[in-house]
Structure formats: structure tokens, C-alpha cells
Ligand binder design. Structure first.
Ligand SMILES: [Zn+2]
Length: 278
């Protein structure tokens, strides 16, 4: 069965909003030397280094996170600029796409003051409201419209217009033209790629600069699992003679799951020894 551009757009937008909370949380975390670590495992590293951050503050941040859009929020100390850049770009692109789609397909009507507006009932929550400007351009923004509800809401709204499969929507929206659906699909695909890349969830294989901390000779190759932390694994090139305290797979010492954190700790310990000796 072939998927339509509308379905692909909806799938990618769903993936973006499901990972949005992780991306926002990542903004507050310093990027680590262990960028090879699957995002899901980095939480263990936080536990190891828990002394430098108050857990209460973190819980509070995470409860508030995901609601307010980034453009409306202060970033007193973003720790991971790469994650912040990705989030700001994705947010802007998705919001702009919502504006463009609303301008094309949302049906005009008069609001209760008799002004022409987009949408048959301006208070209908299914409508997208464009930002309004006082006079000239984005620097004089007067109202952020539906952007105030954040990325998650924008993604849900855009999914609806890309799929366009609810007859009840005909009261509010003209059918979304195919070229516009293609544009939405492209924006959604790019957004998903950016989010997954910033979270280290794109498929990657890399060789670490540090030699294996157990045999001090082997090269360590990491397969990041491409977003599936269960598939992530690190392998020492030495073979069964490497004394690392993990099982061998196909004759090579292999770290998976929580053992990846143990490997990280061992790597940190050896690089610290080297710094102390230098
Ligand atoms: Zn080794």
C-alpha cells in the first residue's frame, strides 16, 4: 500500500510532536562528550552527575515545558545550543506553514464586530489564527495568534489539514490543494529529521577517539540504534581477549543497555587519568 503525501506529512508531524518534550528537555542539558550515547540512556548519566542540579527545579521545568512556544519564552541559560537552534527552526517552519495553509484554505467570514476574518466563527477552536502586526513586520507583533498554543497544537492542526479527511471540516476549510499538501509533507519531513538529529536518533555508526578502556588497544565502534535504545551497541575491535566485563557477540566484547553507561564511566575514568598525568 502506498502512503499519500498527506499521510506521510501526518506521520512526520506526529513524530515531531511526540519527541518535542525530549527536545525541549535537551535544551536544558549540556551536550556531552558522550554524544554517541542514545538519548534515552543519557538520563543515567544525569543520575551519576546529579549533584550539580536540584531535582525539584528540573521537575518544575519539565512540567512547564512543552506548553509555551519557544519564541515566546525566555532562554536564560540554554545549555545545548544545537538543540535550541533545532527547536527554534522547527517551530518557525511549522508555524509559518500553518499560516500559509490557513491563508489558502480557511474560509473567510465576518466576526462578531462585522470585520472580515478567517474562519466562519472566529472563536471556533479548530481554526488557526495568524499573528497580527501593529504596522510593519514581525518586530511589532501585536498578537501571536494560535502560535501562543505552541508547537504541539500547531502540529495537530497541520496534520488535520494535510489529511483533510473529515467532511465536517468543509464548513471551515476548503479542500487542501495537492501542491500545498506536498509542501506540508516537505516541511514535516525536514522538521522530523532536525528533531531526530538533535536528539541523536538518526542512524549513526561512529568510532570513538578513545581506545577501549579495558584492553587499552581496541577501537570502539558505536551503533547508536537510530532512535531505538535497545538496538544501540558499542563493540571493541580486539576480540575475546579484551577483558571488558561484558559478553562477547560474534567474538567481540559488546556493550548494550545499561552497560553502555558503564562503558562511558570507564572511558571518563581513563581520560581523567590521562589529564592528571599530563
Ligand atoms: Zn577492548
Amino acid at each position: 500500500m502506498t502512503t499519500t503525501p498527506g499521510q506521510r506529512a501526518a506521520d512526520d508531524l506526529t513524530a515531531v510532536r511526540e519527541q518535542w518534550g525530549d527536545l525541549l528537555a535537551a535544551i536544558a542539558e549540556p551536550p556531552r562528550a558522550a554524544e554517541w550515547m542514545p538519548y534515552e540512556r543519557r538520563g543515567f548519566l544525569d543520575q551519576l552527575a546529579a549533584d550539580d542540579r536540584a531535582d525539584d527545579d528540573q521537575a518544575l521545568d519539565e512540567a512547564a515545558v512543552g506548553r509555551l512556544p519557544l519564541i515566546l519564552r525566555e532562554h536564560p541559560a540554554p545549555a545545548n545550543l544545537r538543540a535550541l537552534d533545532a527547536a527554534l527552526d522547527v517551530e518557525r517552519e511549522v508555524f509559518d506553514m500553518c499560516d500559509a495553509v490557513a491563508e489558502r484554505v480557511q474560509l473567510p467570514a465576518r466576526d462578531r464586530h462585522g470585520r472580515w476574518t478567517l474562519g466562519s466563527d472566529p472563536s471556533d477552536p479548530r481554526l488557526w489564527h495568524l499573528p497580527t502586526y501593529r504596522d510593519a513586520g514581525p518586530t511589532t507583533i501585536a498578537s501571536t495568534g494560535s502560535r501562543a498554543f505552541g508547537l504541539h497544537w500547531a502540529a495537530v492542526w497541520l496534520e488535520g489539514r494535510a489529511l483533510d479527511d473529515d467532511q465536517a471540516d468543509r464548513a471551515l476549510f476548503a479542500p487542501t490543494p495537492a501542491p500545498l499538501v506536498d509542501q506540508v509533507a516537505e516541511v514535516a519531513r525536514t522538521a522530523r529529521r532536525r528533531v531526530e538529529a538533535a536528539l541523536g536518533r538518526t542512524v549513526r555508526t561512529l568510532t570513538l577517539n578513545e581506545p577501549c578502556p579495558f584492553c587499552r588497544a581496541g577501537r570502539i565502534t558505536v551503533h547508536n540504534g537510530g532512535g531505538d535504545p535497545r538496538a544501540a551497541a558499542a563493540v571493541c575491535s580486539t576480540g575475546p581477549t579484551c577483558p571488558a566485563p561484558v559478553d562477547a557477540e560474534r567474538g567481540r566484547r559488546t556493550w548494550r543497555g545499561p552497560a553502555l553507561v558503564e562503558l562511558w564511566v570507564a572511558l571518563e575514568a581513563t581520560s581523567e587519568q590521562r589529564r592528571a598525568a599530563a
